[in-house]
Design a protein around this ligand. Structure first.
Ligand SMILES: *[C@@H]1O[C@H](CO)[C@@H](O)[C@H](O)[C@H]1NC(C)=O
Ligand SMILES: *[C@@H]1O[C@H](CO)[C@@H](O)[C@H](O)[C@H]1NC(C)=O
Ligand SMILES: *[C@@H]1O[C@H](CO)[C@@H](O)[C@H](O)[C@H]1NC(C)=O
Length: 259
């Protein structure tokens, strides 16, 4: 018996294939990307206190210590605070789930997208023994994708940078940003006169203003998911920063994002 395909059937299955590959590119923010990951060995299994993102000690322990330095994904600091699911590929040792990490530092190894904390690197393994095996390898092949950050019971929080100096220089880092969109601009508004100025990203997740306005301040953040559909939105905090802010102070914004 000969088996032959009807030309129309072939054509329609090609169209189907084409359609599904188009659908794939459309949703590819959810697709896994292949790369490599290593880990930084510092005392303790968390991240570093002095990551390029400017989070300070928070950058070492946020997300239970599952943090990472990123090379390209650092994106000049825009990538700070972004979350990624990272899983290694050896099915004998690696779990399906992998680790969910927060970017708190910049760094590149030998073609590695991530330099994970030991805590996060070990989390990619199925068992403790498997983790020891992966750690001994040093570098592993991985796949990753951006996922939403989640901080139950936390609002977006501003940490006044230690280098700030009231009233001449205000710098602050933004903590606990949920979701998977980037903060692409920040405005500092004085409440009484309602004068606002756009801030510069100083470095990482730190935004700064020389000669900030006096008085109560509102820090507004623009969230952008990177496409050009114009659905960027300004988030206006419920809580203001008091006039007598000091270096090291931590202020709860009273708002949070989920996207
Ligand atoms: C690592 O971080 C966790 C919290 O995320 C903390 O409980 C623990 O003490 C930290 N370990 C070290 C060595 O700093
Ligand atoms: C980083 O900044 C440099 C110089 O400001 C710029 O040329 C480059 O395109 C930026 N890279 C990214 C990924 O934004
Ligand atoms: C977050 O903000 C809301 C009000 O905007 C407040 O009721 C809540 O207590 C804040 N959450 C935390 C953990 O501070």
């Amino acid at each position: 018996m000969t088996f032959s395909m009807h030309p129309l059937w072939i054509l329609s299955s090609c169209l189907l294939l084409l359609k599904s590959s188009i659908a794939n590119t459309e949703t590819c923010s959810d697709c896994f990307v292949n790369s490599r990951a290593t880990y930084y060995s510092i005392p303790g299994k968390n991240g570093t206190d002095s990551g390029a993102c400017g989070f300070g000690p928070f950058g070492a322990i946020v997300n239970g210590g599952d943090v990472s330095a990123a090379s390209d994904l650092y994106r000049n600091g825009t990538g700070c605070g972004a979350c990624y699911q990272v899983r290694c590929l050896n099915s004998n040792y690696c779990s399906d789930q992998g680790a969910t990490v927060v970017i708190t530092d910049q760094g590149s190894g030998d073609h590695t997208a991530f330099i994970l904390s030991i805590h996060a690197f070990s989390k990619m393994a199925q068992t403790k023994d498997a983790a020891a095996y992966l750690l001994a390898l040093g570098v592993v092949n991985i796949e990753y994708r951006r996922v939403s950050c989640s901080y139950p019971n936390k609002n977006i929080t501003f940490k006044i940078d230690e280098n700030s100096n009231n009233p001449s220089y205000l710098a602050f880092a933004i903590y606990y940003q949920q979701g998977k969109t980037d903060i692409t601009a920040v405005q500092l508004c004085e409440i009484q006169s309602f004068t606002c100025k756009l801030l510069e990203r100083s470095h990482g997740a730190v935004w700064a203003a020389n000669s900030p306005p006096r008085g109560q301040l509102s820090i507004r953040m623009l969230f952008s998911d990177g496409d050009d559909y114009g659905d960027d939105t300004w988030l206006v905090p419920v809580n203001n920063i008091p006039q007598d802010w000091k270096p090291g102070d931590i202020y709860d914004s009273g708002v949070q994002v989920n996207q």
